[in-house]
Write a protein that binds this ligand. Structure first.
Ligand SMILES: [Zn+2]
Length: 427
């Protein structure tokens, strides 16, 4: 069997070496960020929507962060779309701003994004715009958003919708979506708050010149806006205000996932990251009560072939009827990085990460819950028998729930899943 040649092609997705930024100590990279106060528009609306400069802190790092931390840019949508924004408070108008001008329009306003222009309640713009309710928040797509809404043109691709708000006001909308406030003990909620804050801070640091830092979905961490935040979540975020995880004095990409199924997956196995203790594989021991601790998925051959073909076609490879599927590369912790697929036209190796993505984007999406599985041929298709839910890297949320129920505090939980780390309060 040959790799990279003939009918066998190894399809790898290389992730660049993880970028770690020192933000404390001498010689530190300055934490460039916008304070809440600086980024807010004044009541008279005289401030302009600067593309970068006017809202930013200086490059010398001398400025202190406000109590709500740096601004976070959350991508809510992109492409060509039509969306309605309404004031949460009845009678409150909506301020629409460009770099130089502003308008007060009655609520709701309807936005239509076209290539190169955006229509706002009948007015056409070809430059970035910002929306803000005169009073209160904006309702959009079932979400209530307290931050500034911005729409930015993306070349010919359409327009990106962003919400920008300070870290501490963003986090409740993440923790409330990522875990269950009613069934997770306070220690688990606090651990989640710190992991989510660290993850978001990492992404603001690696993209200091971009307005978008995270997505509002599992592509980053799920965000559900500012409405209906349980009191337990508010308390967990408040109790850990400004606290992030650091390893060797550096903020890192603190991944987390639903259920590891017994052992977590290392960052190098799933994301091809440079090995680091903070994202190494650890025994979990506490997620055995989770729904997807063990699972099975039976895939018809045609569905699997469709998903594999979508990946293989990017490399110009045709996939015939699939005859056999075998894990080709399995980590010590049992996570499969590559599958060997033998089909009527040859064989190939496919990254399980790419296969998961491909299955989830089929017309009828299929969830391959994790990459820890074995697979056998059955009548008409293949049976995947697996453990866990999610990529498996970093903190196991269901495991954190179990550890908290057993009396561990948030610090112990975090240090269990993220080795060689410590909590530091940055604001
Ligand atoms: Zn677990």
């Amino acid at each position: 069997m040959r790799r990279f040649a003939g009918c066998l092609v190894r399809i790898r997705f290389f992730v660049a070496v993880i970028l770690l930024l020192t933000i404390l100590g001498s010689g530190a990279t300055p934490l460039q960020a916008e304070t809440e106060a600086a980024a807010k528009l004044g009541p008279n609306g005289s401030e302009k929507l600067g593309p970068n400069g006017s809202e930013k802190l200086g490059p010398n790092g001398s400025e202190k962060l406000g109590p709500n931390g740096p601004m976070v840019g959350i991508e809510l949508g992109s492409g060509l779309w039509q969306k309605t924004f309404a004031s949460e408070i009845k009678g409150s108008r909506i301020r629409v701003q460009t770099f130089a001008k502003q308008w007060l329009l009655p609520s709701p306003v309807i936005l239509r994004a076209y290539k190169g222009s955006i229509l706002v309640s009948g007015r056409s713009f070809d430059e970035p715009i910002r929306l803000q309710a005169e009073e209160g928040a904006l309702d959009y797509d079932g979400l209530t958003l307290e931050g500034n809404i911005e729409c930015w043109p993306e070349d010919s691709l359409g327009w990106t919708i962003l919400e920008r708000l300070p870290m501490e006001r963003y986090l409740p909308g993440v923790v409330a979506k990522e875990v269950s406030a009613s069934s997770f003990a306070p220690a688990a909620l606090r651990a989640q708050a710190i992991a989510a804050r660290t993850y978001a801070l990492y992404h603001t640091l690696i993209r200091p010149d971009q307005r978008r830092h995270v997505y509002a979905t599992t592509r980053s961490q799920v965000y559900g806006g500012s409405k209906d935040i349980p009191i337990e979540v508010k308390e967990a975020v408040e109790a850990t205000r400004g606290q992030v995880l650091m390893t060797d004095g550096q903020v890192f990409e603190s991944f987390f996932h639903s259920t590891c199924g017994g052992v977590t997956c290392s960052g190098e196995t799933y994301f091809n990251l440079t090995p680091m203790a903070a994202l190494s594989s650890v025994n979990c021991g506490e997620c055995h009560k989770a729904k997807y601790y063990r699972w099975q998925l039976q895939l018809p051959e045609a569905v699997l072939r469709d998903a594999v073909s979508r990946v293989a076609s990017r490399y110009g490879i045709e996939v015939g009827k699939i005859r056999k599927v075998t894990p080709a590369e399995v980590s010590k912790s049992g996570f499969v990085s590559y599958l060997e697929v033998r089909h009527d036209k040859g064989s190939l190796e496919i990254s399980t990460r790419q296969l998961r993505g491909s299955l989830s984007s089929l017309e009828t999406p299929v969830r391959l819950r994790s990459t820890a599985f074995d697979v056998i041929a059955v009548e008409g298709g293949f049976l995947f028998r697996g453990r866990g839910y999610g990529h498996g890297v970093g903190m196991c949320q269901m495991g954190a729930k179990g550890h908290a129920a057993n009396g561990k505090d948030h610090d112990e939980i975090l240090r269990h899943y993220y080795r060689d780390t410590e909590i530091r309060k940055l604001w």
